[in-house]
Every structure is written in structure tokens, then in C-alpha cells.
Design a protein around this ligand. Structure first.
Ligand SMILES: N[C@@H](CCC(=O)N[C@@H](CS)C(=O)NCC(=O)O)C(=O)O
Length: 222
């Protein structure tokens, strides 16, 4: 990275990005002192690209200059220091399997359902992709019902927090269809996360950051 290391970790984030949301959820619950640089994806700051040339959010730049530019790594970095709600208490292999399914097949179906024009060359059918996504959600829903409310038990853990921002996007693509077609357990699970104080906290709005601007602190839970 260029320039002197920051005094507090700096988070390059985009409010509506589900990967950035999961990072902010963990940083906030862990009460990390992080400064926010809100990014517009079509106008990424040179400082962010210097720290992480791959150009995706979230990017966390630590005081040491170390850069963490994968959302799950940001979550694990925060929770390794402070995990007040026990998000790391569930079986790590089970959590990884669910997150891999989310970030792979579910995200693939979500994008093709939500943004079919981006995949015109593939000749895809958005509704087939919606059906594929729903099939995955039926599996999550059965787990939620069997485990007492969350994916890996009665209380939320890493998998829930890493996955629900993507299910939220899927649900919002056509809210009427979601309300009619989604299984109740996954609907209730999503509604609970969307209404939580933690989620509201991390959805605070910030203006696009530019060099020289003040850097607001990431709002922390509680
Ligand atoms: N594997 C990355 C994926 C992050 C990602 O793809 N973020 C999207 C926004 S939701 C992005 O920054 N895309 C770059 C762009 O649209 O220019 C992670 O987990 O952090």
C-alpha cells in the first residue's frame, strides 16, 4: 500500500454490497474501531486500488499496513479478537460448506435471476435461476426449522451472518413472489435478521469518501 499506515483500520465498503455487509456485521458485533471509506464501485478510489488491486469491496487496511480483502477473512479477523455472541462457536466445517454453497451456486443463481441482461450471451432464463436459488433455500429452510431458528442452532453464527445479506437480495428482487413462494422458516429467519438492531446499525448511510474527507467510525452494535 502507498502512504503511511492508518491510525485505525480503514474499511473500504459499499453499503449495498452483501460481501461488505457481512464484513460490517462482524466488525460491528466485535466492536472494532474501524474508519469507513464509502466507495462507489464505478469510481473506486486510487487509495483502495493501491491497497488491493483486485478492486472488490470490502477491503480492510490495518494499522500495520496489512490488507485483508476477502469478506470472510475480515469476518474471521474481527471475531478472532472479540466474539461476544459466539458466532465462531458452531462447527467450522459445516459453516464453511454452507458459505461455499452460498458464494458459489446460490450467488450464481441470484445474479442470473436479478441481473439477467448481464448474462444475455449465455442465453439464460432468469426464472430457471430463481428456481435453482429457491431449491438451495429450501435446504436452508429445512435446517433452520430443524435447528430452532438459525442455520446451525438456535442462535445466529458465522454462517447465518455471512449468508443472509445474499438471501435478502434474492428476496428483494421480487418481494411479492418471495412472500408467496418462500418457505416460512427461511422467511422468518430473513425477516428477523433484517429487523435486528445489528443490521440496522451496519446499514447507516455515508457519503462517498474522497481523499481529505473525515472518516466516520463504523457504527458498532450495542
Ligand atoms: N470474494 C470477494 C467478493 C467481493 C465482491 O465481489 N464485491 C463486489 C461488490 S458486491 C465488488 O466489489 N465488485 C467489484 C465491482 O463491481 O467493480 C469477497 O468475499 O470479499
Amino acid at each position: 500500500m502507498s502512504g503511511p499506515p492508518p491510525k485505525s483500520p480503514i474499511l473500504y465498503t459499499f453499503r449495498r454490497c452483501p460481501y461488505a455487509m457481512r464484513a460490517r456485521l462482524a466488525l460491528s458485533v466485535a466492536q472494532m474501531d474501524v474508519r469507513v471509506r464509502e466507495v462507489v464501485l464505478r469510481d473506486k478510489p486510487a487509495e483502495m486500488l493501491a491497497a488491493s488491486p483486485k478492486g472488490t469491496v470490502p477491503v480492510l487496511v490495518l494499522e500495520s499496513g496489512e490488507v485483508i480483502d476477502e469478506s470472510l477473512d475480515v469476518m474471521r479477523w474481527a471475531l478472532a479478537q472479540n466474539d461476544p455472541q459466539g458466532w465462531l462457536s458452531a462447527d467450522a466445517a459445516e459453516a464453511s460448506a454452507l458459505i461455499t454453497q452460498n458464494d458459489g451456486p446460490f450467488k450464481g443463481a441470484l445474479d442470473r435471476y436479478k441481473y439477467p441482461n448481464r448474462y444475455e450471451a449465455e442465453g439464460i432464463d432468469p426464472l430457471e435461476n430463481r428456481a435453482a436459488g429457491l431449491e438451495i433455500l429450501r435446504g436452508l429452510s429445512a435446517r433452520i426449522a430443524a435447528n430452532g431458528g438459525q442455520l446451525l442452532g438456535p442462535a445466529p453464527t458465522l454462517a447465518d451472518m455471512a449468508i443472509f445479506p445474499f438471501v435478502r437480495q434474492f428476496a428483494h428482487t421480487d418481494a411479492d413472489w418471495w412472500n408467496a413462494a418462500a418457505p416460512e422458516p427461511v422467511k422468518t429467519w430473513l425477516a428477523g435478521h433484517k429487523q435486528s438492531a445489528l443490521f440496522r446499525t451496519i446499514m447507516a448511510k455515508f457519503p462517498q469518501w474522497a481523499p481529505g474527507d473525515a472518516e466516520p467510525a463504523l457504527p458498532v452494535a450495542g
